[in-house]
Design a protein around this ligand. Structure first.
Ligand code: DAH
Length: 341
């Protein structure tokens, strides 16, 4: 085959191949096949030029160059075309309608049910002359356990129940807000003992297996009162008033003797609630009269002063108020849950 026929055949073949190209990748392949310096079809054809001579060689050489140029242009055009298609597809896929109304603007946020419950309780507490205090979530063994007459072998101190800080065995994430008891009392007894009424809600942490009624992080609402001649009547009275504020009605309660190292006597308080299956007694909180050792730690003479303290799980109370069946809803961020409150 002479040079002219050959190179024209290559050109035809190349244009045909180019026509079938539908992606940048296949374009590269075709480019390789025809333009590769070493064994591309075009280079191979060019080699035949050396068999020609004289005027013919010059004319044919010129023709070969024109063909090469023509094919290069065809490749460049194809490349542009593919890029444009690619961009159009991206534009299609990722289009943003800037005229669309902002959906979130029609969905203003609202207060989380736990916070609503917390604020309701705080309001009632303030109404009864309690100040509301905040406390540290990371605290020393002393305030979380030691100062509360909780002995070293007590199960609450076990790392099964409490999160300790690695390499710092005296520090833990508080497992109850009772870590505020002695801290608060000391504040009030610093310059001579004075009566105290304080509520101290907050987050607590426990190394729990999580299920419908247990979370590793939850809220407690605790309060204490130190004064002269404090008795169980005050304890029940204050608790009932708080529950009434939260539930919006009188709540029937009962006390059962129980044990907490920092109170004596200690009780568990049950309240009558209806979860839809009729009224039932449900265990709601721990309470009691302050143990003399705790009063002493706080700077009060137990012969002169008495105290009451009670602590309740806020999540549980809010669950009881609304009939929420699973504690995990609170931190799920699930709008279907949150929008109901
Ligand atoms: N701190 C206890 C707990 O987390 C609850 C508690 C019991 C608090 C008795 C009190 C109390 O103030 O008097 O289980």
């Amino acid at each position: 085959m002479d040079f002219k026929t050959h190179i024209q055949a290559v050109k035809k073949e190349c244009l045909l191949a180019l026509k079938k190209v539908d992606s940048v990748d296949s374009l590269k392949e075709v480019e390789q096949r025809f333009f590769s310096r070493k064994n591309g079809e075009l280079s191979k054809a060019m080699k035949l030029l050396k068999d020609e001579s004289g005027q013919a060689k010059q004319t044919l050489g010129q023709m070969a160059n024109d063909i090469k140029k023509e094919l290069e242009d065809a490749f460049a055009n194809k490349h542009d075309e593919l890029r444009r298609e690619q961009m159009a597809a991206i534009g299609e896929r990722e289009a943003i309608d800037v005229t669309q109304t902002l959906v979130t603007a029609q969905m203003p946020g609202h207060i989380h049910p736990l916070t609503q419950g917390l604020w309701e309780l705080e309001d009632v507490a303030r109404g009864m002359g309690f100040i509301v205090e905040d406390g540290p979530e990371l605290d020393s063994d002393f305030y979380v356990f030691e100062s509360l007459n909780i002995p070293a072998h007590h199960p609450a101190r076990d790392s099964q129940d409490t999160f300790y800080i690695k390499d710092h065995p005296n520090w833990c994430m508080r497992s109850h807000v009772s870590n505020m008891q002695v801290r608060l009392m000391r504040k009030y007894s610093e310059k001579g003992s004075k009566p105290v009424r304080a509520a101290y809600p907050g987050r607590v942490f426990r190394n729990e297996a999580i299920d419908a009624t247990h979370e590793h992080t939850f809220y407690q609402f605790e309060a204490l009162m130190v004064d002269r001649e404090i008795h169980i009547g005050h304890l029940v009275g204050v608790i009932k008033e708080l529950l009434k504020g939260l539930f919006g009605r009188e709540i029937e309660v009962r006390l059962r003797p129980s044990y907490f190292p920092f109170v004596e006597p200690g009780f568990e308080l049950d309240m009558k609630v209806d979860f839809g299956k009729g009224e039932q007694w449900v265990e709601m909180l721990g309470c009691g009269l302050m143990h003399p050792r705790v009063l002493e730690e706080g700077g009060y003479d137990p012969h002169e002063w008495q105290g009451l303290a009670f602590g309740m799980g806020l999540n549980r109370l809010v669950m009881a108020k609304y009939g929420i069946e699973d504690i995990r809803h609170f931190h799920s961020g699930d709008m279907r849950f949150l929008e109901q409150f």
